[in-house]
Design a protein around this ligand. Sequence first.
Ligand code: ADP
Ligand code: ADP
Length: 235
Amino acid sequence: DALVEIDNVSLAYGRGPGRTLALRGATINVERGGFSAVVGPSGCGKSSLMKLVTGLMRPTLGSVRVDGKPVDGPLKIAGMAFQNPTLLPWRSTLSNVMLPLEIVEPHRGRLRRQRKEYEARAEELLEAVGLKGFGSRSPWQLSGGMQQRASLCRALIHEPDLLMLDEPFAALDAFTREELWGVLQKLWMERKFTVILVTHDLREAVYLAKTIHIMSARPGRIVATRDVPFDFPRT
Ligand code: ADP
Ligand code: ADP
């Protein structure tokens, strides 16, 4: 049972002679509860693929379906995290984590009434990623790794079915990166959401994902899809 179906998708930026073909006939299926990694060199079309799944762009050819329905606008059931944690510096870490709820629940009255419940959920997530007690701090008081932990919490606060990650650990040092692999793996095993991770780090893909989709250099094409038949030994 597939949650995400990317079927023979092509994507062009612009038109005429200056047009760039970013994807050409890419096909990927991701099972509900699965963990897929999309790997490939810079410029092969990984971010473009991510934008199609999250509904930020539409394919030039082919179709993208999530939960059986064509994606025709920003996808509310997805949480997202990127290389840059983009936390708002004038808000506490806790209120950054709660931010998506203000977008999902724009009704001020309901938001106020549900605030306690949301706060409890945010505190619980912060604890799960090792940030217990840091909710009241400003994000600029946190290390890069801690900010990325908080951005994972923000991506998960509305309990999305799908977590979309675009190079979330690329800017971190090797030790912090591997520590966060463990954090993400634990969240995924406990909470059963579906993950698509875009990365150029093959080790990261093998460590975390159950299925790896390998993209060739531009224009983006999936050249191989392989299941990872073992759990990567923890160091
Ligand atoms: P990756 O994430 O693998 O680095 P991208 O999806 O960002 O790849 O880019 C794929 C190709 O599309 C690249 O050749 C890139 O230069 C081009 N591209 C990406 N975004 C745009 C854009 N907004 N306008 C024109 N070309 C773009
Ligand atoms: P991370 O591995 O999350 O990047 P660091 O390696 O920078 O974190 O820091 C290691 C530990 O030091 C953190 O997990 C945290 O407990 C503590 N720490 C780091 N920065 C701060 C800070 N600004 N205030 C309080 N504690 C901090």
